[in-house]
Design a protein around this ligand. Structure first.
Ligand code: ZN
Length: 343
């Protein structure tokens, strides 16, 4: 009960990459970089196990950014000529690569880190990938003709590639494949028209557990400012959860700690396993186990305890490493306390 896990990413050690950045530069190259990525993966598997988490991830140590880490393995994308694009409905500007031809995987995307992580932990292992809608929102289209039709065609093409990699991850022994869809909280209408269909296509045929992470973004300034504009109650989930509840995706991850999401929206996910965000990634204040257990207690009014997984609100990539470790410990201890309180 209350299997504790994280959304996915963890900070990169300062010897591997720039710290406190969403798009950090690597500090090594070639074989040295590859070795550094493996070492950092091992560091974080150990840290998650030591903290007492039940489901661990590779901490996304092998990718520069959660979307571009996937795109780098795709043929048909021009990384040489990036263009500036307003993403997440123009919430912030990013330099993004361009889709310039038919999309095809060059080979495996996350084989190295997944197989390496699998070989070094007996815990349940989760690997994350960006969802199709979020990818489409983080890349420029020079091939699919633009407009809604172009976006949908491109999303379905990416969904097929994600599915190909997800099946391979399952064969690697990964227990949970999670798709990150922060765009779901921005384009709610599109989620119901095509976003969810693309997500299910990415997950089709998988026998391992499938999950979707939907959040209000990393704790960076543009996101914090955006959250301030959303008012007292954040009801975005209300427009998409009913459809997600009907979908084939098994687990849903959402923000709860220090967010303005009305907790009763969890009710709309009837039948799903719910990863309840009990750790705020936009604050350096480390939660106490009591606070974590309290948030779990509030969520328990709306989801059965067998289906509640305490989690972080979002990834921790841009955080301070030491604080991230202490937050992992708070998460695991809070879940433990909740087992005594509500078990
Ligand atoms: Zn997130």
């Amino acid at each position: 009960m209350f299997e504790a896990t994280i959304a996915g990413s963890l900070p990169k050690p300062s010897w591997l990459a720039e710290t406190h950045k969403l798009w950090p530069q690597w500090k090594a190259a070639g074989a040295e970089l590859a070795e550094g990525k493996r070492d950092a993966t091992l560091v974080w598997i150990k840290a998650q196990e030591d903290a007492g988490l039940d489901i661990v991830t590779d901490g996304e140590q092998s990718r520069q950014h959660f979307v571009h880490g996937f795109l780098e393995a795709v043929d048909g994308i021009d990384f040489e000529h990036k263009v500036e694009m307003g993403i997440r409905n123009d919430r912030y500007k990013a330099m993004v690569p361009q889709v310039v031809g038919p999309l095809r995987l060059k080979g495996r995307v996350h084989a190295t880190e997944a197989q390496f992580a699998r070989a070094h932990t007996k815990k349940k292992l989760k690997i994350t990938m960006p969802g199709p809608m979020t990818i489409v929102d983080t890349v420029a289209d020079r091939h699919y003709g633009g407009g809604e039709e172009g976006r949908i065609a491109m999303a379905m093409a990416f969904a097929d590639l994600l599915n190909q990699e997800a099946r391979a991850l399952e064969a690697d022994g990964v227990d949970i494949v999670q798709f990150d869809e922060p765009a779901f909280n921005v384009y709610m209408k599109d989620v119901n028209v095509w976003g969810l269909r693309a997500l299910e296509r990415a997950a089709q045929g998988l026998r391992c557990t499938t999950a979707v992470h939907i959040c209000y973004g990393y704790g960076i300034k543009a996101n914090i400012d955006w959250k301030k504009s959303l008012g007292e109650e954040w009801r975005q989930y209300e427009q998409i959860f009913p459809a997600i509840a009907q979908s084939s995706i098994k687990q849903v991850s959402l923000e709860c700690a220090h967010s303005h999401v009305p907790m009763d929206l969890i009710r709309l996910l009837d039948g799903k396993e719910v990863m309840v965000g009990v750790i705020d990634v936009a604050s350096d204040v480390v939660e106490t186990p009591e606070e974590v257990a309290d948030t779990i207690g509030r969520a328990l009014q709306f989801v059965a305890r067998e289906r509640l997984l305490p989690c972080t609100n979002c990834g921790m990539a841009p955080m301070d490493r030491d604080i991230a470790v202490r937050k992992l410990e708070a998460l695991a201890r809070g879940a433990e306390l909740a087992r005594t309180r509500y078990g």
